[in-house]
Ligand binder design. Sequence first.
Ligand code: NAI
Length: 350
Amino acid sequence: MRLTKEKLHQLMSDKLTKAGLKREHADIMSDVLVHADLRGIHSHGAMRVEYYSERISKGGTNTNPNFTYKETGPCSGVFDGDNGSGHVAAKLAMDKGIEQAKKNGISVIGVRRVGHTGALSYFVQQAAEEGLIGIALCQSDPMSAPYGGTEPYYGTNPIAMATKGADGRIMMMDLATTVQAWGKILDARSRHAEIPDTWALDKDGNPTTDPNKVASLVPIAGPKGYALQMTVDVLSGILLGVPFGGHVTSMYHDLTEDRNLGQLHIVIDPSRFRNAADYMKDINTSMDELSNMRPAGGNDRVYYPGERSMIRTKRSEEEGVDIVDEIYEYLISDVIHNNRYDHKDAFAEG
Ligand code: NAI
């Protein structure tokens, strides 16, 4: 089913409101989800509404959170999300970071006690659109075994950074620190297909090609990805005094419980380092130099990070967003699931 972004937004916001979220929060959450679908990151778009709605209806997302913000210094602050929608808290916290960075040059905002926040690109883009550099890191539930280990300890702990060039193009790095997202394993299970032996490990810590035997996901670049996962966990978890590493709750463990996740936002004003116009001009120059490079065999050309998502966004805005039929049927129905995601073991054989 192909939908305009406005229609998709309305359907998602209606469903989240029906589940119990206030309209103002449902609208912001739907903004973040539409942003992901437009970019082609469907793993973090409409596909998640079934899960979010079940969680909201069961009380695992606070529908009346008391958001608080405390400026802890000229360049720092702590935003407490009171376990409301993570998407909403992360957006509002980035607004605070932008305000502080414009005033004082740099801002580091800890976002604590939040639920799942979705695609980090949304939040760093907020800063990039203001001519600032946005960086975000966050925890997610334990799914990845440390290098040399057998048990999941860190999450897919993503990292994102965005900055704008003089002509408005945005460089966007936004990546999970595992070789593949969990959704890709589920996809292989549903297709009864094998997975490459570089994606996941079985319960003994050996590479597996059977998606039903997956017991943990492999970090990107071996020990380097594992080091990045711990870095994200230190900066967005331990630093903020929320549960860390293997103590982070699973997304599906108990949908009535608070998640208490952490996220860190860093905002930098380039004009504190050099002439901002020159900085943005050089961003464009490096994008152009990359685009003009002779491509390696099998590639049409070199893309700068975020370029393909930007092309997909433009296309989806003009032609509509493709949504899986079952998800569309769910969105237009009256259904709020009661027991589809609750207490599910992510690694249980599919
Ligand atoms: P991905 O694999 O689609 O892309 C990763 C990065 O590689 C991006 O910066 C992209 O621009 C770049 N890239 C990919 N192909 C490219 C190409 N051919 N040329 C140039 N650059 C290219 O992203 P991934 O790792 O699957 O993450 C998807 C989303 O999941 C992200 O938005 C992330 O924030 C989100 N996420 C959120 C979590 C949460 O708990 N909130 C947990 C994990 C991921």
